[in-house]
Design a protein around this ligand. Structure first.
Ligand SMILES: Nc1ncnc2c1ncn2[C@@H]1O[C@H](COP(=O)(O)OP(=O)(O)OP(=O)(O)O)[C@@H](O)[C@H]1O
Length: 593
């Protein structure tokens, strides 16, 4: 816990040292103010008592004391409000820093982290206003500091009267402290345990709200079922939270009773003091204020300490997320070699064997494949045979445990990952439809050339996007979809062309198409493949398709079965060998007849 606190201080110091310094100074000043006030009110009451006994007395001292009290009140208000403002500012600064640290972690996480529920759950836990929650223990620590200074002042004063008053004031705080600590811990672990349920709940809620799911939910009549599922999960988590809350409030009532008992004890001591020692009225009132103040403040102190403890568990979890590293990430390519300027020997896969993280079955088994520079390869095979996995490994998205992939003579492990990605142009089946402008949708293919209008026009003309742009209200500046603005909706085929334009805008030397045309009809799909073939004539192209008519256009067809290459050859060769490909081709040939 102390390690996490150190981590937290360093984090806050890095992003808001000036603000942190000002806030801590104000905390000290605010801590001293009540003690000064106690002294001033004691003196004022004594002076007023004297004035009652001697009405002719000069009352300028009383006026001065009242003026000082006014000034202390005003200063306290100024300090408090300034501190509130600074806290607001610091919260914003930290919110930005913490959220960007989380997002930075997410964008730099290897792709396989997204297959790990523990990573998702952790992300969900730390994602909820992290800046606010990180500042919270610090704010509480400041509050503790302020209260500590005030209590110390009160205790010194009480000690000058009688030691037993100090003891009683302090004893009252211990039970409350223990209760708060216990429930602080319980609350955190409850939230920890409920995270998977909360994720399920949030997912269901997003399905119900999401524009894309709206159609299916209506057609399948899933609305009430999903609403019930969400509602049940909500009630379940709420019941658990209420259970702890009930116990906590019961315990706090008990502790309040105990505090009241200690307060009565202090009152008895005061009565005894009045009887046994000469005491002025101002002192009497000040003792009452100091005892009550100390008890009230120690109660607050225990609540705050427990809260700090609870919030520190969050901070600890937050920093653990930022430091999270799965052992498998050691296999992630960390090379620095540049990508070969132009492939001369081609791409070689040697004994590539792969299993997804935390699974035991090999999805790819001893894959041996050589792809010549400029060759057009089609990969076909049943669902789940490993086609997408193979290209993901080729793209360096998943680390290889066994075997090697070489681009000319450079191993994928030696290549700098950004070099590899820069040289690849990929369109996935589930390509993204960015709710930004058309320019962004194409330019994201190569963000460094987002403003290169000539290049954009060129790919737009060759892919048919230019025609789409002409019909949009604001051309390339039109927002697509309706998520962010009153943008324009496009058809599946139009989105498809934009995805193609984005991929070609990248100018990679290797083109990978992972069933990007699955949403299109077979004839349209053929059109797209022909277009890609014409536009990428000299480039190495690998495409995955379930449509044999498209695969037929390739120089070579690879047939995958259960993570292995079962057949390989041209359309003619594979038809002649009468194996899996021939069977698949013939069964689909009827579609086109
Ligand atoms: N992220 C993942 N984590 C664990 N297993 C996975 C993951 N992705 C795929 N798999 C498993 O790996 C196997 C191969 O999947 P892959 O997506 O490579 O097949 P595919 O041939 O591309 O299938 P399809 O034609 O249906 O797209 C399947 O059994 C699948 O369940």
């Amino acid at each position: 816990m102390t390690k996490a606190f150190g981590h937290l201080i360093r984090f806050v110091w890095t992003y808001g040292k000036g603000l942190l310094f000002l806030t801590s100074t104000l905390t000290v000043l605010l801590g001293v103010m009540p003690v000064i006030m106690l002294w001033l009110s004691k003196e004022t009451i004594n002076e007023v008592a004297r004035l009652i006994q001697h009405p002719a007395m000069d009352y300028s001292t009383i006026l001065l004391l009242l003026l000082l009290q006014f000034m202390v009140t005003m200063l306290t208000s100024i300090f408090m409000n300034t501190q509130e403002y600074l806290n607001g500012k610091l919260t914003n600064v930290l919110e930005h820093a913490a959220q960007s640290s989380v997002l930075q972690k997410v964008i730099s996480a290897p792709l396989f982290y997204f297959d790990l529920p523990e990573f998702y759950n952790h992300l969900e836990r730390v994602n909820d206003s992290p800046g606010h929650r990180l500042l919270s223990p610090l704010r509480q620590a400041f509050e503790i500091g302020r209260i500590f200074i005030t209590i110390s002042g009160y205790l010194v004063f009480l000690l000058t009267v009688h030691w037993s008053l100090v003891l009683l004031s302090l004893l009252a705080a211990i039970p409350m402290f223990l209760v708060q600590m216990k429930f602080g811990k319980r609350n955190f672990w409850l939230k920890f345990g409920l995270t998977p349920l909360v994720r399920d709940m949030e997912y269901t809620r997003s399905l119900l709200k999401d524009r894309h799911s709206a159609k299916e939910i209506r057609l399948f009549g899933l609305g009430s079922y999903l609403l019930n599922r969400w509602s049940e999960a909500f009630s379940h988590q709420f019941t658990e939270i209420l259970k702890i809350l009930r116990k906590q409030q019961r315990a706090e009532i008990g502790m309040d009773g105990l505090t009241a008992l200690f307060y009565s004890g202090a009152a008895m001591i005061m009565i005894w003091l009045i009887q046994t020692t000469p005491i002025q009225i101002g002192q009497f009132v000040a003792i009452g204020q100091a005892v009550q103040g100390t008890q009230g403040l120690t109660n607050q102190l225990s609540t705050l300490l427990a809260k700090v403890f609870e919030e520190m568990l969050y901070a600890n979890d937050f920093f653990r997320f930022l430091d999270y590293k799965h052992p498998e990430s050691e296999n992630q390519a960390k090379g620095t070699e540049p990508f070969p300027a132009a492939l001369k020997k081609g791409i070689t896969l040697e004994n590539v064997t792969f299993s997804y993280v935390d699974t035991t079955t090999s999805v790819l088994q001893n894959i041996q494949l050589h792809i010549k520079p400029g060759e057009k390869i089609a990969i076909v095979g049943e669902n789940g045979s490993g086609k997408s996995t193979l290209v993901k490994c080729l793209m360096g998205l998943y680390p290889l445990a066994k075997g090697d992939i070489r681009f000319d003579d450079v191993s994928i492990r030696q290549l700098a990952p950004d070099q590899l990605h820069k040289n690849m142009t990929v369109i996935f089946q589930d390509f993204l439809k960015y709710a930004y402008t058309l320019r962004d949708n194409i330019g994201f293919g190569d963000i460094t050339r987002l403003e290169d209008t000539d290049a954009m026009n060129e790919v737009a003309a060759t892919t048919g996007v230019a025609e789409i742009a002409q019909n949009l209200r604001e051309g390339y500046a039109t927002f697509l979809g309706r998520f962010l603005q009153e943008g324009e909706d496009l058809s599946g085929g139009q989105w498809q062309k934009i995805a193609l334009a984005r991929a070609l805008f990248r100018q990679g030397t290797i083109i990978i198409l992972d069933e990007p045309t699955a949403a299109l009809d077979p004839l349209m799909e053929l059109e797209v493949y022909k277009l890609v073939r014409d536009l990428t004539e000299s480039k190495t192209t690998i495409f995955i398709s379930h449509r044999m008519a498209a695969a037929r256009m390739a120089d070579r067809i690879i047939v995958m079965e259960n993570g292995r290459i079962a057949e390989s050859g041209t359309h003619g060769e594979l038809m002649a060998s009468n194996g899996t490909y021939a069977r698949m081709y013939e069964s689909q040939a009827q579609w086109y007849a």
